[in-house]
Design a protein around this ligand. Structure first.
Ligand code: UT7
Length: 322
């Protein structure tokens, strides 16, 4: 039986850091640092400049993961990218990343599941490795969601930031990735969506912005994520007490706290980066993972629970022995 082992991680952030005060002042928003911190936990976020995008940020994160893992790009036999911010309609960012890494012929594709994109991509990579179709896979979550929000809308513009995270997976005799569980429910599409695309109102896209009913998304996220955490534990035959670290999607500190409570996990076993990065969509989980591995909190042998929730709705979780 083959499993996927997590070899190394990497991350990248845009050059520009924006505080709550700067954001409010620049766009004349009727908000305050106090409101944003109390309701979301967010203090700063990074915003991509015109020359920064999902591919450039993904490349930086990927190169860091390769260097840390001691691999050359030529060692890869598959690239999967979770992103909804591909800078072109096509080719997708994974293929553009493959070209930047200089490895023609290596299969590369993107998975578009909004904030769950990395979890979906990780799960697909795991299936490729388990089935013997790939042995050394680069999985990237990279986004520039700040470009999807109306800078004058206080209810969404404060929430999102840009960034990228990457992991390398390789085939191993033991897990590694123990279980992944994915879900979607398209009946909720109107609670969080972008109102144009190639099949509808394509020409108006540059004037459109992300639309979200925040408080309804909040409640459903807490419920669905709580359920998938328990489902994942059951599938792996693991108890809550065995989890060493929760590495959650970083959308709102209050959602993260509710899930830690459901797992009966103290907050000092939860990786929180939403204060620094805000919601970076599919980059948020691999960014948080890389930070906690590099600062030494997550150690080899630790049991990690990853989870994410996003537009669609899509959601999922992964249990990993690091
Ligand atoms: O990653 C994808 C998934 N996305 C999420 O998980 C987001 C989930 N939702 C949330 O994080 C929260 O719902 C928000 C942070 C978006 C909003 O917090 P809330 O506590 O649910 O507030 P609310 O939407 O119920 O709004 C309460 C009030 C409203 O004013 P009224 O109608 O009570 O007068 C809003 O207009 O807060 C107002 N408000 C703000 N006030 C100051 C909304 N945004 C702001 C703001 N500053 N930035």
């Amino acid at each position: 039986m083959k499993y996927s082992r997590l070899v190394s991680t990497g991350r990248a952030l845009p050059r520009q850091l924006v505080t709550n005060e700067e954001l409010a002042r620049t766009h004349g928003l009727d908000t305050s640092d106090q409101w944003i911190v109390e309701r979301t936990g967010i203090r700063t976020r990074y915003r991509a400049a015109p020359d920064e995008n999902a591919t450039t940020l993904g490349e930086q994160a990927a190169r860091q993961a390769l260097e840390t893992g001691g691999w050359a790009a030529e060692d890869l036999d598959l690239i999967i990218m979770g992103t909804t911010s591909s800078e072109l309609m096509f080719p997708n960012s994974a293929v553009l990343l493959q070209a930047k890494l200089g490895i023609p012929g290596v299969p590369a594709f993107s998975v578009e599941a909004v904030c769950s994109g990395f979890l979906y991509a990780l799960s697909v990579a795991d299936q490729f490795i388990r089935s013997g179709q790939a042995a050394r896979v680069l999985v990237v979550g990279a986004e520039t969601f700040s470009r999807f929000v109306d800078p004058r809308d206080r209810s969404t513009s404060i929430l999102f930031g840009d960034g990228a995270g990457a992991v390398l997976l390789e085939a191993a005799d033991e897990p590694g990735i123990m279980v992944t569980r994915l879900h979607a429910d398209g009946r909720y599409a109107e609670l969080l969506y972008f109102p144009s695309g190639p099949g509808r109102n394509f020409r108006s896209m540059q004037n459109d912005y992300l639309i979200m009913q925040g408080s309804r998304v909040f409640k459903i996220a807490v419920q669905k994520l709580g359920d998938v955490l328990e489902e994942t534990l059951r599938a792996a035959n693991v108890t809550k007490e065995q989890i060493d670290w929760l590495v959650p999607h970083q959308a709102n500190l209050r959602i993260i706290e509710a899930l830690a409570h459901r797992l009966e996990l103290p907050m000092n076993r939860v990786v929180v980066t939403v204060d620094q990065h805000a919601n970076t969509s599919s980059a948020s989980v691999p960014l948080a993972l890389d930070i906690a591995i590099r600062d030494g909190r997550i150690q080899r042998g630790d049991l990690l629970m990853l989870e994410a929730f996003g537009g669609g709705f899509t959601w999922g979780a992964a249990l990993i022995r690091y």
